[in-house]
Ligand binder design. Structure first.
Ligand code: AMP
Ligand code: MG
Length: 323
């Protein structure tokens, strides 16, 4: 490209695709925070004793740059566990760990956790939230479910509605569907042109890094079910009058696009699993195993964050509460 006399050198380098001309200090500060985040989002390196006991989390974490194929990941596996009964005690242990760590995160009031849940229809996002966060103080936890954008949401940039809902200090926030919808449903239904959704992977990675630099730990779960399992779950919704409210005729139309969605998920997960905001592909045909994997991953991530109760005010020792 020819030189543009109207632009300062730095600006021209930017337009030509060179890296940002940040100062060394700025780069070092960002690197430090990103490296810290990467250690927290690889919790087994901080939390788990050596050698790592079975199971270990890298099992389901997608490594940065790894290209995944969902058809190679068995949604039925459950390690050595065979029945729901076998995980109940362990699941409860992780729920209690989450409860205690969340209390410390809230008290510390410095950092926060953003959990992204994505799945095919009937994949179990609602059930995961219900079963994993049962013990958490509602005051320290928020859930946001993202549906078809409202007129107001649709008239902004695609990240606007999500950014607005990221956790404030001390909070755990769960996104039930998230900014990934804008490279999933939007892509599968051609709601925007390809050159628009293609850029979004990069924008999402930058967005998540920006959150990371703001002391928000980001972890993302794809609840992986098979097409057969979806059929069973849709049938059960149809048959059970108490579950019919969850069934939409639109689910049948979406099911026909199964392969397109799987492809879109593979691209989203492969392009956006970073050291600071990793994706986990969780085998989710067995609901009890899915809950166990999500709960222990969150508990370990919180433990790696290691939030601390703040010190009390000075001089509390001598205080006597008046009658
Ligand atoms: P549900 O979670 O079953 O209540 O359904 C919510 C619906 O909203 C799903 O069909 C999503 O695909 C759709 N949805 C969520 N986010 C978006 C988006 N950004 N653009 C279009 N549709 C969306
Ligand atoms: Mg639905």
């Amino acid at each position: 490209m020819s030189k543009n006399k109207h632009l300062p050198e730095d600006r021209e380098a930017l337009i030509n695709g060179a890296t940002y001309p940040e100062s060394k200090k700025t780069q070092q500060a960002a690197e430090k925070a990103t490296t810290y985040a990467a250690s927290v989002t690889a919790p087994e390196t901080v939390v788990v004793d050596k050698p790592p006991p079975k199971p270990n989390y890298p099992l389901y974490r997608v490594q940065p740059g790894e290209r995944i194929s969902l058809s190679d990941i068995d949604p039925n596996t459950s390690e050595h566990y065979r029945k729901k009964k076998e995980v109940m005690v362990e699941l409860e242990k992780h729920r209690q760990r989450i409860r205690k760590l969340q209390e410390r995160l809230y008290a510390e009031n410095q950092r926060s956790l953003l959990i992204v849940l994505q799945a095919m229809d009937t994949g179990g996002k609602d059930g995961t939230i219900k079963h994993v966060f049962r013990e958490v103080n509602p005051q320290g936890c928020q859930v946001w479910s993202f549906k078809i954008p409202s007129d107001e949401e649709a008239s902004h940039d695609f990240l606007w509605r999500y950014h607005h809902r990221v956790p404030q200090r001390g909070m755990i926030t769960i996104f039930n569907r998230a900014h990934y919808e804008d490279v999933l449903v939007v892509r599968v239904h051609d709601l925007v042109k390809e050159d628009v959704w293609q850029q979004r992977y990069h924008i999402i990675n930058e967005f998540e890094q920006m959150l990371t630099l703001s002391n928000i730990t980001v972890i993302k779960f794809f609840l992986h079910i098979s097409k057969d399992e979806q059929k069973r779950r849709l049938e059960s919704r149809l048959e059970n009058p108490d579950k019919q409210w969850k069934f939409s005729k639109n689910d049948i139309k979406e099911r026909r696009l199964w392969d397109e969605y799987q492809q879109a998920f593979e691209d989203a997960i492969s392009n956006c699993s970073t050291a600071y905001a990793p994706w986990y592909v969780v085998p989710a045909n067995k609901k009890w195993y899915r809950n166990l994997v999500v709960a222990r991953t969150i508990a370990d991530t919180l433990e790696a964050i290691n939030p601390q109760y703040p010190n009390g005010e000075k001089g509390l020792k001598n205080i006597v509460i008046p009658d």
